[in-house]
Design a protein around this ligand. Sequence first.
Ligand SMILES: [Zn+2]
Length: 80
Amino acid sequence: MRYNFRVREDKNTGEFIIDMKCLNCDYEEVIPMDIFSELFDPDFDENPAITCPKCDHDLFVPKDVYDQIKGGFIYKPDKK
Ligand SMILES: [Zn+2]
């Protein structure tokens, strides 16, 4: 399953950023698109999830994805 999420521009820095939220602990953080791109390889991982800096689960996803998943999708993380 592929998820869509928005990337927005930080008006102060001109940097492209993503609002992230953890599916496990609800921790929220804004991260630069560059960092996300480094951690998430769409050719390798189907779900845009990276490791949560707070609870250490691989369930840290863009907020748009969080809403889609919490809105009723069944989410099965790929443990590799
Ligand atoms: Zn977490």
